[in-house]
Design a binder for this molecule. Sequence first.
Ligand code: NAP
Length: 302
Amino acid sequence: MSVEQNQTPTVLIAGGSGLIGSALTQHFEARGFKVFKLTRSATQANHLFWDPKAKQIDTTQLDQIDVLINLVGENIGSKRWTLKRKAQILSSRVQSTHFLSSLIPQMTNLQYYIGASGVNCYENLSGKVFTEEDTYGTDFLATVVKEWEAAHALVLKQVPGSIFRISMVLAAHGGSLQLMKLPISLGIGSPIGTGKQINPWIHLDDLCRLLLFAVEQKLQGTYNALGNYDTNTEMTQLLAKWLRRPLILPKIPAFALRLLLGERAILVLSDLRASNEKIKQTGFSFQYSTLDSAFESFFKKG
Ligand SMILES: NC(=O)c1ccc[n+]([C@@H]2O[C@H](COP(=O)([O-])OP(=O)(O)OC[C@H]3O[C@@H](n4cnc5c(N)ncnc54)[C@H](OP(=O)(O)O)[C@@H]3O)[C@@H](O)[C@H]2O)c1
């Protein structure tokens, strides 16, 4: 779908107020799309109120929506994974997607759907490069992704679309890079665990370009969304170089991180290689496929 074919295609982004949704809104608006955000705190003209837990929603614009993008989900890194928090992480994704699925018949104009998912969904097998054909793992995040994608599938039975298994999003402000920058800027940064664990990542601009590409090409299927992957040591050292800060401390032992963060330490300790061949085969090309180029876009002055 392009702006030429449809004068002003209208996009509804559920969870549009977050890190990805905010950038995506600007990206789509700059290309002539009209964007509404579905949010629990509707304060602006382009906001539509909903409360998926209470199954409440402002339905006034639903029949205008051409594209629905679902980014909803409680932040997985911000709080300790107590049983209650785990339930929130899961239900905020699955229940809200079920609710969206029940609303599809009211979206009479809807032509395309994108569901967000996570790349941390594969088995814990160090060294293997995972493709979209591989089976789900069995840890907490993999279980969340499996149920989340099953909920997306209920929408995809009603409208064409795709699922993107998003990797760690690198952005100039906010997200994981903000958390990585802080200790390095304070001179107390160091690699974590063995430092050899691999983290897949994607530049926020590339993710926005990728989701627009999916809408324009009407891609169907499930895709890993990563520009590349690097070890924790490579990331930490390169970030310190760009921030012009020394790394003088020894590596932070994994057990210390587990004590500090609990089970969610897996977010920085897990070792995952994933393939981005499938999305590249569709003709999409990443602007940022090296960490250096991504960091340059954030930190290079002038
Ligand atoms: N950022 C990453 O590195 C990354 C990596 C992999 C996957 N993802 C996935 O991509 C999606 C978007 O990521 P993001 O970084 O933009 O997340 P974010 O900044 O935390 O924003 C998530 C949005 O979801 C909505 N939300 C949160 N909890 C909710 C709940 N209980 N009920 C209804 N809405 C709720 C919020 O909207 P309101 O508060 O306005 O209602 C919020 O704006 C998430 O599902 C995330 O898991 C992100």
